[in-house]
Design a binder for this molecule. Structure first.
Ligand SMILES: Cc1cc2nc3c(=O)[nH]c(=O)nc-3n(C[C@H](O)[C@H](O)[C@H](O)COP(=O)(O)O)c2cc1C
Length: 211
């Protein structure tokens, strides 16, 4: 089994990375492959709401010049997905937001590519805005009918300069517990895939609150 983690920080080895490394260590100790995909340092523009992904049904965003389409396929192939990000102005940094809007819109308009994968959001923050960013990131996982792995607190770790989060003992523990719970959920999902039948996917009802 494999978990891919999307690192939405501009820093390759910043606090978001260190938080992920703690989760990843636990996954690997439980025999699960773990890969970090760094998107936060890339040029990724936002969704242009053209509807091309829904029309073409090719599991692709029409903007093909960046790594979003490759990442979608890596996420589709994985058993679990972690969305990880620092906090910018109490929210998701722009590049990560652009990535998530496009990747998850392609997924939902192409048969829900990430449905029933095990997922989690992870946040690195200096001081304030962790909860609102965690909430925003969870919107993508919830919308996708994913199975959410949890910890013993919200998945938020505190620090400013790269690696400072490792001094946040509670945050480190949160990441470790998350990793172990995620590994356990993945194992349960794997062992029951033949014996426990998943509910069928339904055609989505849209009510736009317009009369
Ligand atoms: C543009 C910008 C905005 C930020 N906004 C916040 C904020 O709203 N709240 C906060 O506590 N930290 C804020 N930070 C600090 C980062 O979230 C924090 O340093 C985090 O650990 C960085 O993670 P990284 O090393 O993975 O990039 C901001 C940093 C930048 C560069």
């Amino acid at each position: 089994m494999k978990v891919v983690a999307i690192n939405g920080s501009p820093h390759k080895r910043g606090n978001t990375y260190h938080a992920l490394a703690e989760v990843g260590k636990q996954l690997q100790e439980n025999g699960i492959d773990f890969e970090i995909i760094h998107v936060g340092n890339q040029m990724i523009r936002g969704c242009i709401a053209c509807g091309g992904c829904a029309k073409n049904k090719d599991e692709k965003c029409v903007m093909a010049t960046d790594s979003v389409n490759d990442c979608i396929q890596q996420m589709k192939a994985a058993d679990g997905i972690i969305l990880a990000s620092p906090v910018f102005y109490a929210g998701i940094p722009g590049t990560m937001k652009s990535f998530l809007d496009r990747a998850f819109y392609v997924s939902s308009s192409n048969g829900n590519l990430f449905r029933h994968k095990v997922g989690a959001a992870v946040i690195a923050v200096r001081r304030t805005g962790g909860s609102s960013t965690f909430d925003s990131m969870n919107h993508y996982l919830n919308y996708s009918e994913m199975i959410l792995a949890t910890s013993n607190y919200w998945n938020i770790i505190h620090g400013r300069t790269a690696g400072e989060v490792l001094q946040d003992a509670e945050g480190v523990q949160i990441m470790q517990v998350l990793g172990r719970n995620m590994a356990w959920l993945l194992e349960m999902r794997e062992q029951t895939k033949e014996s426990v039948v998943a509910p069928n996917s339904v055609s989505k009802t849209y009510t736009n609150f317009v009369r």
